[in-house]
Write a protein that binds this ligand. Structure first.
Ligand code: AMP
Ligand code: GLY
Length: 424
């Protein structure tokens, strides 16, 4: 089978690394990919938001399965484009329809969906420029800190958490009137603040049933001890100790199954990954957000824990029929630590030569922001590499990743030294 994977980060290298091990695979293409994906497949330098170009490539390369990694092609309707084109009727595409992708593409849509299907989440209100005074009053009715979210996609930056009412009111005005996040923040969701510990839960659905994937914990802040600005994620671990059997049973019954029932009742087609961003509020799971894709860096620990061949599973999901397929999970813990460019998530340099990649041992080095340049591998993003280790204990996995991180070098490299330490 020929497969086309869309995206260029650590998530995509992890997926590509796994798919490349499948005996069912003939050719794997990654668009646009990075220097890591080039070692397990063929990179194609094309615009993944240009669906006409994708169609041409899919026909030319005889692709059977298309796997969008990031949310943007999904929110823009790649599923509907493929399903609506008779030249592409033999091609399976993994993901939600454009309407279903609104679970990530519109926070307002997601909140209404959760309210309708009694899915536990933070209390909220939605405001725009015509209702801004009501928004200010709503903020005043809440207790600090205040959570404000741009309704639409804002490259992961659309959530603000303000500590005083004055800052919250200013932020609301900047978002709605000043269009701080462009059109995405013309509507703003204001939420009750949830305290607790976060957890990322993933399922793969064929539109009828679902398979639960290993859960993970992401370390979002740039600084050690969870300080400093939010990033895309500085590391991840799986499994998560507090995600006990009893807790995960609540997640299934109160969150996953009502979500899938809701999708069916609303006739929202969905054949792909669903990412539930959850808060464990004293043993009660609540949804912080839905994503219509896998998490990054969570994928870098979830995928290495899957023992089964995932290609038949991904194809079955995309074709709408699992037919009893199951998943074999490695019980051992996995950890990944992100090596980033100094300055990230603010300004940072690119094009720095990466040394020592061939000195790492017994870890999986997944590329996030890398490129090939003049015979070298160079940095090409804020998050550069994710070093994943799978061991009998979390401590051994941590030691393995940290030992290998010391071997890799580039100008101004940075990583958190405390990933997973809170869980030991
Ligand atoms: P998101 O972009 O929706 O993932 O939000 C970014 C981060 O903001 C989340 O990972 C949480 O840490 C935090 N967050 C979002 N909503 C809430 C909430 N209602 N209460 C507390 N923290 C939140
Ligand atoms: N690591 C969080 C995300 O992928 O959104």
């Amino acid at each position: 089978m020929n497969v086309l994977l869309l995206g260029s980060g650590g998530r995509e290298h992890a997926l590509a690394w796994k798919i490349a091990q499948s005996p069912l695979l003939n050719n794997l293409f990654i668009a646009p990919g990075n220097a890591g994906t080039a070692s397990v497949g063929v990179n194609l330098n094309i615009d993944i938001l240009n669906f006409d170009t994708l169609k041409k490539i899919v026909i030319e390369k005889e692709i059977e399965l298309v796997i969008p990694g990031p949310e943007e092609p999904l929110v823009r309707g790649i599923y509907d484009y493929f399903h609506g084109d008779k030249d592409l009727s033999a091609v399976a595409i993994l993901g939600p329809s454009r309407m279903a992708a609104n679970l990530e593409g519109s926070k307002d849509f997601a909140k209404q969906f959760m309210a309708k299907y009694n899915i536990p989440t933070a209390g909220y209100g939605v405001f725009d420029k015509n209702t801004i005074e009501k928004g200010v009053n709503f903020l005043r009715s809440l207790r600090a800190p205040y959570v404000l979210k741009a309704d639409g996609l804002a490259a992961g930056k659309g959530v603000l958490i303000e500590h005083s009412i004055e800052e919250a009111v200013t932020a609301l005005k900047e978002m709605v009137i000043g269009e701080k996040f462009g059109a995405a923040s013309r509507k703003v969701v204001i939420e009750e603040f949830l305290s607790g510990v976060e957890l990322s839960v993933f399922v793969l659905t064929d539109g009828k049933s679902y398979i639960l994937l290993p859960e993970a914990k992401d370390y979002k802040r740039v600084g050690e001890g969870d300080t400093g600005p939010n990033t895309g994620g500085m590391g991840a671990v799986s499994p998560v100790p507090f995600a006990s059997k009893a807790f995960m049973e609540k997640v299934r019954k109160q969150i996953i199954e009502p979500t899938l029932d809701g999708l069916k009742k609303e006739k929202l087609e969905y054949r792909g990954f669903i990412f539930f961003g959850l808060m464990n509020c004293d043993g009660i799971p609540k949804v912080i957000e839905y994503n219509v894709r896998m998490g990054d860096p969570e994928t870098e620990v979830v995928i290495p824990r899957i023992k089964s061949d995932i290609l038949p599973l991904l194809l079955a999901a995309a074709k709408g029929g699992f037919n009893g397929t199951t998943l074999e999970i490695d019980e051992r813990p996995a950890i990944t630590v992100m090596l980033v460019s100094g300055g990230y998530p603010g300004e940072y340099g690119k094009g720095k030569v990466i040394h020592g990649l061939n000195k790492t041992r017994d870890s999986i080095v997944l590329h996030a922001g890398t490129a090939a340049g003049n015979g070298n591998i160079v940095t090409n993003g804020g998050r550069v590499l994710a070093v994943t280790s799978l061991r009998n204990t979390m401590q051994e996995a941590l030691d393995a990743s940290y030992n290998n991180l010391k071997e890799i070098d580039f100008e101004n490299k940075y990583y958190r030294r405390d990933i997973g330490k809170d869980l030991l």
